[in-house]
Design a protein. Structure first.
Length: 504
């Protein structure tokens, strides 16, 4: 059988661990029967190498090759709320192949790191710590596959170590990939501590990720071969509701009373009890979010002032629908630019430039950071309680209509934003209210693209924006639905005789 030509990055290049609370030891170069972990601390060092695929140079470190550019920003832009940024680049096939290959390689490198550790630890009998670390590695492997299956659809399912740099696996169906994801998470569930977030999987983050997986399986997905819209498994709504409820009622996490504190605390390296799982950064291994998603500035880049880029502009139609009393708007969307090398704000109209600014430079006025790439402490939220509450409300509504519990969770999020409570809605009205609430609550957190995928209204929502046309084809046909899945790297398609995702 032909082989997948995946370059597996040696763990030795992962020596500087990005998570602030991670161990500082070097990860194992290679796990063999002669040096597999002999203790929980040894296993943690190996796990750090696996987590590095989230925080390292191709997932989050530099905009040209990273999760910010390819994972976070792409999924922030491929939706109905924002436009511009790198849109012209996306529509270039060779550019699309390049970023797709970078993310593919990064995710499978992380998967192989997890597989190496799982295989080594399974040789240890009767040690509770080994089972705990296997659980963590399986949860992390599930997260890698969860990103991959939503980006690429059918995937090679690899759950054993690869040592030669090649993998003998065909593409497995979306259904089979999700079965493995759920199996890994169920194994991990209740084997990890009930503890607050420190950038690594805990019992609450396993349950929260399971809730996300269940609600995604309840929705639509695009078939890799035919490009058709495939309906989800409706039994998953109840599973998503119940798992989200477990997270909410665990008592481990609480909402921040001020929405902006979620991001301010992240920027200042202060623990946030709303965050369930994130990618963490340090002064030695920082991120660049404020440059990519901070307010735009006049003039050339300099060390003083807010972010100077303007990656994502807000779509006017949606912007004008936002309740002016919503407290989240001022933080997430700038209606100003800053003068070059200053903090002086120059107001902008909504028809000119209102920019996505969910990760601005903070504290405002602090110019201790270098201006350009990789000099910020911001963490990237993967899971937080605010989303899980909205997820519960959505799933509960799909199961039994807008119940009192569903209203309670939705209205708690609205109250924090300074909005009046909702009541008396039909099932369809409640569903639409959830879609609107998730838009601003989770703006810029890389979730909207996945939401529109599972709701089955991605093209409808984007094409409804008439005042911005960056994603519409010049022939007026609307946005191309091939973007519901990314192109599988050509070298792997050619080497294995695979089918390419429809449209690519």
């Amino acid at each position: 059988m032909k082989k997948i030509l995946i370059s597996l990055i040696a763990l030795t290049i992962m020596g500087t661990i990005s998570c602030k609370k991670f161990l500082e030891e070097e990860p194992f170069d290679f796990l063999t029967p002669g040096n597999f972990p002999a203790s929980a601390s040894d296993a943690d060092v190996a796990l750090n190498g696996a987590y590095q695929s989230l925080a390292g140079t191709e997932f989050s470190g530099s905009i040209n090759n990273t999760f910010q550019g390819y994972g976070a920003i792409y999924t922030c832009e491929l939706n109905d709320l924002v436009h511009d940024g790198f849109t012209s680049n996306y529509r270039n096939t060779s550019y699309a192949q390049a970023f797709s290959e970078a993310m593919w390689k990064t995710m499978f490198t992380g998967i192989n790191s997890c597989n190496n550790l799982i295989s080594s630890l399974e040789k240890i009998n009767g040690e509770t710590w080994a089972t705990t670390k296997i659980a963590e590695a399986k949860a992390l492997r599930a997260l890698f596959y969860f990103y991959l299956v939503r980006w690429y659809g059918d995937l090679p399912l690899v759950i054993t170590p690869t040592t030669s740099g090649t993998i003998n696996n065909p593409r497995s169906s979306v259904e089979d990939v999700y079965k493995q994801i759920i199996s890994d998470l169920k194994f991990a569930e209740d084997k990890l501590p009930d503890a607050v977030n420190d950038g690594k999987f805990k019992n609450g983050s396993v349950k929260a990720l399971l809730a996300q997986v269940y609600i995604t399986r309840a929705g639509f997905h695009r078939d890799s071969k035919t490009g058709t819209k495939v309906a989800g498994d409706q039994t998953m709504w109840a599973l998503a509701r119940d798992k989200a409820k477990e997270v909410i009622e665990s008592g481990t996490y609480t909402l921040e009373s001020d929405y902006t504190d979620i991001f301010k605390k992240s920027a200042m390296d202060i623990s946030c009890n709303e965050v369930i799982l994130d990618i963490q950064y340090s002064t030695n291994s920082p991120c660049n979010f404020p440059y990519a998603t901070g307010p735009e500035a006049y003039g050339s880049p300099g060390p003083i002032g807010g972010g100077k880029n303007w990656v994502d502009k807000i779509n006017i139609e949606w912007l004008r629908r936002i309740n002016p009393n919503d407290k989240r708007k001022a933080w997430n969307i700038s209606d100003y630019m800053v003068l070059d090398n200053s903090w002086v704000r120059v107001p902008q109209s909504d028809s000119n430039r209102n920019i996505l600014t969910v990760y601005p430079k903070w504290p405002e006025g602090d110019d201790s950071h270098r201006f350009y790439w990789d000099n910020y402490l911001y963490n990237w939220n993967i899971l937080r309680l605010g989303e899980i509450k909205l997820l519960f409300a959505e799933a509960a509504n799909e199961v039994a209509g807008p119940t009192s519990e569903a209203y309670s969770q939705l209205n708690e999020i609205r109250a924090r934003a300074g909005l009046t409570p909702l009541n008396g809605l039909t099932k369809d009205q409640f569903r639409n209210a959830i879609m609107e609430e998730r838009a601003l609550e989770l703006l810029g957190e890389g979730i909207r693209y996945f939401d529109l995928q599972r709701w089955g209204n991605w093209k409808e929502k984007i094409d409804a924006n008439k005042l911005q046309s960056a994603w519409r084809n010049s022939n007026g046909a609307g946005v191309d639905e091939k973007w519901l899945l990314w192109p599988v790297p050509l070298r792997d398609v050619d080497a294995n005789g695979w089918y390419q995702n429809k449209g690519w």
